[in-house]
Ligand binder design. Structure first.
Ligand code: URA
Ligand code: CA
Length: 434
């Protein structure tokens, strides 16, 4: 087989065979196919698209390109959740205990934050003593005993995706539905998921700017999941404004605890209920989404979800008392209100810009090497549709510096007002269940 023939075949709009896709991925990963040939191949896929079968083959080829986590020693259907990235998105912290309390095993591998988006591992490390370095044996035992464990990325997972993603970044081929879908799904499959729930974000600042594009990506991923024997469901949710009110690691842990207590922000709570219901269904613990939702409401009400969270924190070396006393979380030195200079209805609250404002404070990483400050961040008091009076606080900044010029400028820049009432943003625009 020659790579040039595969490039020409895809360029001319024909369907590649499983063997041809495996050939391209295997040989690119081990260095036998050069970047210039793979670049042309990716561009051909970008313009000609892939069939559902080709997408599934590409996903499996990438999943099998490196180590794969074997979770077969864990009882039950292992469900993983993936979000395409957001600002202030604390759902994983809430969903883990929530669905685990309903009997679904959650064996999750999570990442750190980069740029304006946060990472679950960073947030968990805001809890004193908490660590994510578990041996495979401990990881599996913890999930079997208590249904929930989170580890950091380890091993050489999906090296093909790492190499391809870097190449796509510099060849104008990131924004391709078959390439994004196979990239995301290959990582979930390599991490051992039997079933997958996807939260595809839409809005300014998300990968997919329009609900239509987001829907197409969601359908592509659900198609791959079902074609590779992993029951998969997805939702499309808004990420034009931050989720919940808190942005910053310790602040988001506090928000997650409040949500598990049934006192969380309305949007975060609703998102967790919808994603959690899908996780409970694909995890085989409920027949319908309605039945699953009733189960989730019950474990919040009776405190079981919170108990699972405490147990999980203790299992991974953290201080479980934070759940009852959030002042045990890292505290920032300075607390400053951002007062509105205008009056009106909030018509726009740019998620990206707020995320970047939190990053400037030290809550997020500008580069992979940046050291973050777990205590700092922003708590919003207003969302799109809310009325703001002049001199009313729109946000509180938690910082360890008194120089807030850049951060507060960004917060002011992120907000737009109108004099007429504005509708609240619809959080979830679609459910994709098969
Ligand atoms: N996220 C991924 O993991 N891969 C892509 O291709 C795009 C977003
Ligand atoms: Ca939040």
């Amino acid at each position: 087989m020659r790579m040039v023939d595969l490039i020409e075949k895809k360029r001319d709009g024909h369907e590649l065979t499983t063997e041809e896709i495996n050939f391209a991925i295997t040989n690119y990963t081990n260095g036998d196919i050069a970047d210039y040939q793979m670049s042309a191949f990716l561009m051909a896929i970008y313009f000609q698209n892939m069939t559902e079968r080709e997408r599934a083959d590409l996903t499996l080829a990438m999943a099998e390109s490196g180590d794969q986590i074997d979770l077969s020693a864990i009882d039950g259907i292992k469900v993983d959740k993936h979000s395409t990235g957001g600002v202030g998105d604390t759902t994983t912290l809430v969903l883990g205990p929530l669905v685990a309390a309903c009997g679904v095993p959650v064996a999750k591998m999570s990442g750190r934050g980069l740029g304006h988006t946060g990472g679950t591992i960073d947030k968990l490390e805001a809890i004193d003593g908490f660590h994510v370095e578990l041996s495979t044996e401990k990881f599996i035992k913890q999930v079997n005993d208590h249904k929930l464990a989170v580890i950091g990325q380890s091993g050489n997972l999906t090296p093909a995706d790492k190499k391809l993603y870097a190449l796509r970044d510099v060849t104008g081929t990131v924004n391709s539905i078959p390439l994004i879908a196979s990239s995301i799904m290959s990582k979930k499959i390599a991490a051992g998921a039997d079933a997958i729930v996807l939260d595809v974000k839409t809005g300014e600042g998300a990968f997919m700017k329009t609900p239509e594009d987001a829907k197409e990506l969601a359908h592509a991923m659900v198609g791959i999941g079902n074609a590779t024997g992993r029951k998969t469901m997805a939702i499309i949710s808004d990420m034009s404004q931050p989720l919940g009110f808190a942005i910053g690691n310790a602040l988001e842990v506090k928000e997650a605890i409040e949500t598990l207590q049934g006192k969380g922000p309305e949007d975060l709570t609703e998102l967790c209920m919808v994603l959690g219901s899908q996780m409970v269904v694909v995890g085989g613990k409920a027949e319908t989404l309605e039945e699953a939702r009733t189960m989730l409401e019950k474990v919040i009400e009776n405190g079981q979800a919170l108990e699972v969270f405490k147990q999980f924190i203790a299992d991974q070396g953290g201080n479980p008392d934070v759940v009852d006393d959030v002042t045990l979380l890292p505290q920032a030195k300075f607390v400053t209100e951002v007062l509105s200079k205008e009056e009106g209805y909030v018509s726009f609250l740019e998620a990206d810009e707020i995320g970047t404002a939190a990053m400037v404070l030290g809550a997020g990483r500008a580069t992979k090497e940046s050291i973050i400050d777990l205590a700092v961040g922003i708590v919003l008091h207003k969302k799109v549709g809310d009325f703001v009076k002049a001199d009313e606080s729109i946000a509180t900044i938690y910082s360890n510096t008194e120089d807030l010029a850049e951060c507060s400028k960004m917060i002011y820049n992120s907000i737009e007002y109108t004099s007429k009432p504005v509708e609240k943003i619809k959080l979830i625009s679609a459910l994709i269940i098969d």
